[in-house]
Ligand binder design. Structure first.
Ligand code: FAD
Ligand code: A2P
Length: 274
């Protein structure tokens, strides 16, 4: 092949993989969940809690892109993602096979409602998540600004089974030894993981544990109060709607980037038929 032909071919390949980033690490947590890290494009600026579009080139030569919360904090040199594996999913049926050195597509534009700027100041910040909905909070719980703004941070994460809690548990348990923010986090991050379909130390849906008052009793906290408590919610549409009703019951009001208030919500995924 001539040099010109080789360059043309390289250019064509680059054109087919716009915004390519290199996978640096992959960890499988269960047969349905994995996390991975990729290089971070210099042009990407984001606020912890936001999401971007990532994907792979499809068989037809068109990119298959999906929304993904960035699970790493804004200060991290790389980007981390926490992903479901949907057996027939257009993206994740393939994405689950990535290995270090592979490339993925990442559009360097971050957006989202789960950002500190969308909430009023307060004393406590509650992260309420099911399943992969913990991803934006994996970012926020590693951001020093979270602890600058709030005295206490409570991470409630609920899954059907214990194994599905492993990513979050590993992250939370490692934070106290984190050289960058370990001292700042100290004892101010309270972790409340529960399962709903497998017996474990703490059980029950987040909605039940909030309305019954069990989580407040277990953690030694007063019930939610709009004068002091702020919340961020990320799960299925049904979960988000039910949690919203519970938060409104405590008197909290939904905020947004344009109007910061007491809580914000984002879908962890778009469900079948929704
Ligand atoms: P899709 O065709 O996209 O989905 C097929 C079906 O699988 C869906 O209809 C739904 O029933 C189910 N499903 C999809 N995603 C999930 C999930 N995360 N948990 C449980 N069931 C699911 N996914 C992540 O894994 N991690 C993230 O951080 C993440 N962040 C998101 C942020 C936003 C704002 C939105 C809207 C979605 C996010 N998703 C995330 C979902 C993601 O965009 C894709 O839906 C997912 O990667 C599956 O892609 P797919 O093409 O394989 O299947
Ligand atoms: P449950 O096992 O009682 O349905 P899923 O895997 O279906 O997305 O659910 C993830 C977790 O979220 C499960 O523990 C599930 O509890 C819980 N969950 C699902 N829907 C709701 C809801 N509407 N309100 C509160 N928790 C929910």
């Amino acid at each position: 092949m001539t040099e010109v032909a080789a360059m043309t071919q390289t250019a064509a390949l680059t054109a087919r993989l716009p915004d390519a980033q290199t996978v640096t690490a992959v960890r499988h947590w269960t047969d349905r969940l994995f996390s991975f890290r990729v290089t971070r494009p210099k042009s990407l600026r984001f606020r912890s809690g936001e999401f971007v579009m990532i994907g792979l080139m499809g068989d037809t030569g068109k990119p298959v892109l999906r929304a993904y919360s960035i699970a790493s904090p804004a200060w991290d040199e790389e980007l981390e993602f926490y992903s479901i594996k949907v057996p027939d999913g257009p993206l994740t049926s393939k994405l689950q096979h990535i290995r270090p050195g592979d490339e993925i597509i990442l559009r360097p534009k971050a957006v989202g409602t789960l950002v500190l700027d969308a909430l009023l100041p307060g004393k406590r910040l509650w992260f309420l998540a099911t399943g992969t909905g913990i991803a934006p909070f994996a970012s926020l719980m590693r951001d020093p600004e979270t602890y600058e703004r709030y005295d206490q941070v409570i991470m409630m994460h609920t899954c059907r089974e214990t194994a599905e809690l492993a990513y979050g548990r590993t992250l939370v348990e490692g934070l106290k030894d984190d050289p960058l923010i370990g001292d700042m986090v100290g004892g101010r991050l309270l972790y409340y993981p529960t399962t709903t379909r497998e017996p474990s130390a703490q059980m029950g849906r987040i909605t039940e544990n909030l309305t019954s008052g069990k989580v407040f009793a277990d953690l030694g906290l007063p019930p939610m109060d709009p004068a002091q408590d702020r919340a961020m919610v990320c799960g299925s549409l049904a979960f988000n709607l039910d949690v919203k009703a519970v938060l409104e019951g405590f008197g909290l009001r939904e905020g947004a980037n344009s109007e910061p208030l007491d809580y914000v919500v984002e879908k962890a995924f778009v469900g079948d038929g929704i």
